[in-house]
Write a protein that binds this ligand. Structure first.
Ligand SMILES: Cc1cc2nc3c(=O)[nH]c(=O)nc-3n(C[C@H](O)[C@H](O)[C@H](O)COP(=O)(O)O)c2cc1C
Length: 166
């Protein structure tokens, strides 16, 4: 007789400016009935969009890691993690880097995704690298309209095809 450990999946995401990454994460969790939690910073980013763009640039360039709130879910009890980050200055958001510095995803299957508004740079490959796990499945980068930043640039059908595959 064979015993299979049932795959347990947690969707994690960080979403700051438009709620784009949250929207994708929620859609995954809704369609697949996966658990979901936001990665969140202790100190909120404040100011105008341009202020946050400028602060983000400084943080990315200096390798700054904001303090983040501890997760409520016990990551040890999940063997699959879906993790989503917005693109900040061609890489992932510092909050997601902070999370990945603190939490060990080794041995887990990780499905990484990023959202971006025109030029993703190396955000998806940086996310894959920073997850420090060998099992990466179906990574995806999801473009939003560069003019209308909270409008998805791919069709809902294409998004759902990817969601069905994870
Ligand atoms: C600080 C900052 C830097 C950004 N840098 C980029 C970038 O390098 N390339 C890009 O295409 N979009 C960039 N964007 C746009 C976001 O990646 C895009 O709007 C994303 O979907 C926002 O996700 P969110 O609403 O979940 O925070 C940036 C946005 C912010 C706030």
């Amino acid at each position: 007789m064979f015993f299979h450990r049932k795959a347990k999946t947690l969707v994690l995401y960080y979403s700051q400016s438009m709620g784009n990454t949250k929207k994708i994460a929620k859609r995954i969790a809704d369609i697949k009935s996966y658990d979901i939690e936001a990665i969140d910073t202790i100190n909120e980013y404040t100011g105008s969009f341009d202020d946050i763009m400028a602060q983000g640039k400084e943080e990315v360039e200096s390798g700054y890691r904001p303090k983040i709130k501890p997760l409520v879910h016990d990551i040890m009890s999940y063997n699959r993690i879906i993790i989503g980050s917005p693109t900040w200055w061609f890489t992932i958001a510092p909050a997601v880097s902070a999370f990945l510095d603190q939490y060990d995803l080794s041995g887990k299957t990780v499905i990484p995704f990023v959202t971006y508004g025109g030029y993703e740079g190396h955000s998806l490959s940086d996310l894959e690298k920073q997850c420090k796990t060998t099992k990466i499945l179906n990574p995806n980068s999801i473009q939003f309209d560069a003019e209308n930043l909270n409008k998805m640039a791919i069709s809902e059908k294409d998004l759902d095809t990817w969601i069905q595959s994870i």
